[in-house]
Design a protein around this ligand. Structure first.
Ligand SMILES: [Zn+2]
Length: 357
């Protein structure tokens, strides 16, 4: 069995090299590469019990504002970010209002809007258990999950005066019922799916949960219309909502057994996009950010990029340094002139147009 797997791994490695060698150069290099840069705007700590300030958001926002000019210089197009706001029951429970972020950061949000940035919701599933005095991720409670989405959408509309179209669910949790429900409630773009991520019993050790986080091994690696019966599969549609998976890549230099297990989990088709390209992580050769980005672009026939960070990274020196380094490498990339920092809707327009070329 192992010998057969060795042969399989060797063949896919060779195939990967052949494809990699010709992919980027043989494509139409004039086509723009849409890029959505998401920031989950939320408290720095997770299990909050009192209304603490969002210092990470202050720092992250300040840093990204400073990056607008370098981004515009590197890409030749405006730098637009996508901010996904926490407006869920945990925020209501701690801050007394789901719309706290709009009140506390009114001037900031106004300024971001003036820069052409995009906004969406980032609901987490926390439910406060009064008797146990703890927060519970109540994933298995569909009525609660729908309440988290519906109340966040309501707060969004109250705060910005416009209907919300974009969602990134907290802790990359998602379910078919929730996708179907959020579509009914008006969500058009969902950027929750992180290809290559494993199933987990809880998002964080020590945080109780009902249900589980689904694995995203076999999900499509391109924007897709989700199937009504399984959101992790694509369907012909048409539907109001599309899922836009985050960018994933392939690790080099990992032991053969690990490579094989990744291959078996993700499937041959997804072998070159089996690892989430986390923007807040430190990467080093043979998996430096630039190398992973090269592989992520080469693996796609019609390339697009989606990255996401939590606002709390601004309060952590190590995470912030990693984001700064990865952004520097992103802007120094040989294809940076093709990157177009945009909203999810613009990404789909551009991606669809590129497909027609
Ligand atoms: Zn979050």
């Amino acid at each position: 069995m192992l010998r057969a797997l060795d042969v399989l791994a060797a063949c896919t490695s060779l195939a990967s090299h052949v494809i990699h060698a010709g992919s980027i150069d043989s494509r139409d290099d004039a086509a723009p590469i849409p890029l959505v840069f998401c920031i989950d705007v939320e408290p720095d700590a997770r299990l909050i019990r009192e209304p603490v300030e969002w210092l990470g958001f202050d720092a992250t926002r300040g840093f990204l504002e400073e990056q607008r000019l370098p981004i515009e210089q590197a890409t030749g197009s405006p730098a637009r970010f996508c901010w996904f706001l926490r407006l869920d029951p945990q925020i209501t429970g701690c801050y007394g209002s789901a719309t706290w972020v709009f009140e506390r950061y009114a001037a900031v949000i106004d300024n971001l809007q003036r820069n052409g940035d995009h906004f969406g919701i980032h609901p987490h599933a926390y439910r406060w258990l009064e008797d146990r005095q703890i927060w519970l991720h109540d994933f298995a409670n569909q009525a609660w999950m729908e309440h988290c989405v519906a109340s966040s959408l309501e707060a969004f509309e109250q705060g910005l005066g416009t209907a919300c179209r974009s969602m990134r669910f907290g802790d990359r949790w998602l379910s078919t019922e929730t996708v179907n429900c959020s579509e009914r409630l008006g969500i058009r773009y969902d950027l929750t799916v992180e290809p290559g991520s494993p199933r987990r019993e809880t998002p964080m050790r020590g945080e109780p949960a009902t249900g589980f986080l689904p694995d995203y091994y076999r999900v499509p690696r391109m924007p897709y219309v989700p199937d009504q019966r399984d959101f992790r599969r694509s369907s012909a549609g048409p539907r109001g909502v599309r899922l836009i998976p985050l960018t994933s890549s392939a690790l080099a230099g990992i032991p053969l057994r690990r490579r094989i297990s990744r291959l078996l989990r993700n499937g041959v088709r997804n072998r070159r996009q089996a690892t989430p390209l986390a923007f807040w992580s430190d990467w080093s050769p043979p998996n430096a950010f630039t190398q992973l980005l090269d592989r992520a672009l080469a693996a796609q026939v019609n390339p697009y990029l989606v990255f996401a960070i939590r606002s709390s990274i601004g309060a952590r020196a190590d995470r912030r340094r990693a984001v700064e380094n990865n952004l520097r490498d992103l802007l120094a990339h040989s294809q940076a002139g093709r990157f177009f920092f945009c909203s999810p809707g613009e990404l789909l327009d551009m991606w669809d147009a590129n497909r027609q070329r």
